[in-house]
Design a protein around this ligand. Structure first.
Ligand code: UD1
Ligand code: CA
Length: 458
């Protein structure tokens, strides 16, 4: 039996933020989500999350997860946080796994390894350790003849202890029936005046309990987010891991140092990601695409095989195969573009569909519109979809193979017939039948010898 306690009550003072630490985001989700996901393989019968600072916000975020929450009213240290879960663990007799809620890089395999070690070796107290070149800030592992006898917090270490490079990763397993009593023995007579969970190790040693450690293979997993620098490092490391996987699967990443891709993205082989590309949330990209340079794609979005997205911004939209977007296009709010579509510079497409072979090559706004196959949008066409009096957004339908001339305005709701053309500079307010040329602009008149400019004076 296992019950897990996640410590998530701390304020995160060193982040200097109004948002509580565990709700700071790394890519698509808060730190706390990453930690909860790392527990996926632990056969726990209950996950208890200790909330404290901004507890209401953390609890409301946790509604989506099958966890129990307990409140630590005052944040008096990690040991005190565990005391707050005591009532929830009353009469429990199995293994308790405690995980710091601020370590988003810990891997499920690592947690399984610790639990297996703990249970197979019938330990009372086991925890993860790691050797760090720069151990500053972490609790140091104090050993006597190789046996762990205590964890000493950085701020309480002597100079000699501070030189120890083996640190505590903040993940523990212990037998609740033997270790819980140690909580009564915790004192806050240390430099931070906190009840340290880590002091349970010295207590367990004093009781002659079996204490063991499991070393981390990858030192990055230990990283706890305490500062904005740590947060940036976590982003960087998560990103590097994702880019590494993508490259392994046949995606070219031209410049990993300027590319940031969420692990939720799915990218096909022989696609080239150019420098300055930023892909967030669930984005599915096919094979043989060219994405970037300087392109942002927010999911949920899809890009079909062979498409090019150059210097553009796409959010929550689908692009078909062999389409060309950009430079400087903005496609958003559930737009759905077909195959061999071309959208060019300074064109915004919002909540619209563009069927196969449509083109809008320059300087246009396409909002709340349905463009059927082969429609051509002339430079500077604007679909006036917004009714200022009612606040409504109206629909525009442009049927197959129709085209709009340069600088035309289509005032929605409106329908343009199949194969019809709108003359340049028209403001079209009425539906246009099929195969019709619509001209809606003043006729040009010529008045010879009637120049309005005064004749030059000699
Ligand atoms: C802690 C460990 C340290 C270890 C490091 C690994 C202690 C005393 N020290 O230090 O040995 O090397 O983690 O990352 O445990 N929290 C509460 N209530 C509190 C205080 C903290 O729930 O009153 C939570 C925090 O939200 C955080 C976690 O406990 O998720 C760790 O607390 P933090 O203050 O970051 O501990 P560290 O100083 O990093
Ligand atoms: Ca920490």
């Amino acid at each position: 039996m296992v019950k897990t306690v996640v410590l998530a009550a701390g304020r995160g003072t060193r982040l200097k933020s109004k948002t509580t630490k565990v709700l700071h985001r790394v890519f698509d989700k808060p730190i706390l989500s990453w930690v909860l996901e790392s527990l996926a393989d632990i056969p726990d019968e209950e996950i208890i999350v200790v909330c404290g600072h901004k507890a209401a916000e953390v609890e409301s975020f946790l509604h989506a997860y099958p966890v129990t929450t307990v409140i630590q009213e005052e944040q008096l240290g990690t040991g005190h946080a565990l005391m707050c879960a005591r009532e929830q663990l009353a009469d429990y007799e199995g293994t308790v796994m405690v995980v710091n809620g601020d370590s988003p890089l810990i891997q499920p395999e690592t947690l399984s390894k610790l639990l297996e070690y703990h249970q197979n070796n019938i330990m009372d107290f086991s925890f993860l350790t790691c050797n760090l070149e720069h151990p500053h800030g972490y609790g140091r592992i104090i050993r006597k003849n190789k046996q762990v006898i205590a964890i000493k917090e950085d701020k309480d270490c002597s100079e000699a202890e501070r030189a120890i490079t083996e640190v505590n990763a903040g993940v523990y397993c212990f037998e609740w029936s033997t270790v819980a009593a140690g909580l009564d023995a915790l004192k806050s007579d240390n430099s931070q005046e906190e009840y340290y969970l880590t002091d349970l190790v010295a207590w367990a040693y004093s009781q002659g309990q079996a204490i063991g450690t499991v070393p981390l293979d990858n030192p990055y997993e230990v990283l706890g987010v305490n500062t904005r620098e740590d947060l940036a490092l976590v982003w960087k490391l998560k990103n590097e891991a994702t880019l590494h996987e993508l490259m392994k699967n046949g995606v070219t990443i031209v410049d990993p140092s300027t590319t940031m891709i969420s692990s939720e993205a799915d990218i096909g082989y022989d696609t080239v990601i150019m420098p300055g590309t930023y892909i967030q949330r669930k984005v599915v990209i096919g094979n043989n695409c060219i994405i970037g340079p300087n392109t942002t794609i927010y999911g949920p979005s899809e890009i079909g095989n062979g498409s090019t997205i150059l210097q553009s911004h796409i959010s929550s939209s689908c692009i078909g195969e062999n389409s060309q977007i950009g430079p400087f296009s903005h496609i958003k709010d559930g737009s759905d573009l077909g195959n061999s579509v071309r959208v060019g510079s300074f064109v915004e497409v919002k909540n619209s569909t563009m069927a196969d072979r449509c083109a809008a090559a320059h300087l246009s706004y396409i909002g709340d519109a349905k463009l059927k196959m082969g429609v051509n949008i002339g430079a500077g066409t604007v679909i006036a979809n917004y009714d200022h009096r009612t606040g409504e957004k109206h629909q525009c339908i442009i049927k197959a193979n129709a085209s709009t001339g340069a600088n035309s305005v289509l005032v929605s709701p409106i329908e343009i017939g199949e194969g019809s053309n709108i003359a340049a500079g028209s403001v079209v307010t009425k539906n246009v039948p099929d195969n019709t040329l619509a001209i809606a602009r003043p006729r040009q008149e010529h008045k010879p010898n009637k120049s309005l400019r005064a004749a030059p004076q000699n």
